[in-house]
Design a protein around this ligand. Structure first.
Ligand code: ZN
Length: 344
């Protein structure tokens, strides 16, 4: 099979690899679509992010969908020919966090396409992957496998929403309107938010926000863009901070009302300086969110029924042999939200 291997920053090569065989309880999936994530972009451009660094070549990709191609002994959940989204998360099941029902915080997590472990866990930008049967989650026949490949980032956003308060009737702001911001808007609306507004610094994402029904979209490259929302000590009930920019955290603290909540979705710089006293005096709940657990299967159900329609965020699809062009396009925030690689 062919595998797309990141040798070092900006150097993707296509390698021949043996087709993996599924063991007991495992299935082999013929990958059809793989979405390019922000973390893939960080590996591609910088070899990692934060303290996570690639120490050896690695196959990227953790937003995957395809067709079950072979099953190992004892597999009952899926059969050959099933169309599935691939859950890239494999927790150990034995550590304290797994036993406490938080496998996303597993101390021995094997997450596809991640350099956090050494040796690294290869991702799914290749023609075949072998995963446990629980990781191959069937999707409806009525959707495209590109939509199915959005299950992973939607799961991240469903989990982010679950980390906040009940959104029924709430005024919500999403800061940063890349794929995660866009999917958080859809997830927040699905969770009953009265209105969801969005910020970004680029016209393309702001136009998409409008198309997706954002109550308002704010170009925060313009000074004072959020001034109206800072009145009355802040007018939003809940802010989902998806940009990872310190300035957006500062804005979030200014526009969140007393007693409101901020959920930090974007990964921030390791060090930053901010006026944090609004958090204290306005009694704001500031909460992190990371990856997902059962939300992956919820995402598969919501996308399969199109209760959440992810098609508007898919901006382009490239054959995996043109991965360099795909990564270049994904970098263009004016035009690209979610970019797909095609493997079959
Ligand atoms: Zn564990």
């Amino acid at each position: 099979m062919k595998a797309l291997v990141l040798q070092e920053p900006h150097r993707l090569t296509i390698e021949d690899r043996p087709i993996p065989e599924p063991g007991p309880g495992e299935v082999r999936v013929r990958i059809h679509r793989g979405g390019i994530c922000g973390s893939d972009m960080h590996y591609f451009h910088h070899g990692g992010f934060g303290v996570v660094r690639m120490k050896a070549p690695m196959v990227l990709g953790h937003e995957l969908a395809g067709v079950v191609d072979a099953t190992g002994a004892g597999v009952t959940a899926v059969t050959e020919g099933d169309r599935v989204a691939v859950n890239p998360s494999l927790a150990c099941g034995a550590c304290a966090y797994c036993r406490a029902g938080m496998p996303r915080q597993c101390s021995d997590m094997r997450f596809m396409g991640s350099a956090m472990r050494d040796p690294h866990v290869d991702g799914g930008f290749r023609e075949y992957v072998v995963v446990t049967e629980q990781q191959a989650v069937p999707v409806g026949d009525g959707i495209g496998l590109d939509e199915a490949a959005v299950c992973e980032p939607l799961a991240v956003c469903l989990h982010a929403v679950s980390q906040g308060p009940d959104l029924s009737g709430k005024r919500v702001l999403v800061t940063g309107f890349g794929p995660i911001g866009a999917l958080t808007l859809l997830a927040a609306r699905h969770a009953g938010a009265a209105s969801v507004s969005a910020t970004d610094v680029a016209a393309g994402p702001l136009a998409l926000a409008g198309q997706l029904g954002a109550a308002a979209s704010y170009d925060v490259s313009v000074p004072g863009a959020l001034a109206e929302e800072e009145k009355d000590r802040g007018r939003f009930d809940v802010v989902f901070e998806c940009s990872g920019h310190p300035s957006a955290v500062q804005s979030a603290l200014a526009v969140t009302r007393p007693g409101g909540s901020i959920v930090q979705v974007g990964i921030l710089p390791d060090q930053m300086t901010l006026p944090f006293n609004p958090l204290v005096t306005k009694e704001i709940t500031y909460r992190g969110t990371f990856r997902f657990d059962r939300e992956f299967n919820q995402a598969a159900a919501l996308i399969s029924s199109r209760a959440i329609d992810v098609r508007p965020i898919i901006s382009g699809t490239f054959p995996f042999t043109e991965a360099d062009a795909a990564f270049a396009f994904a970098q263009d925030r004016q035009r690209a939200i979610k970019v797909m690689l095609e493997f079959a």
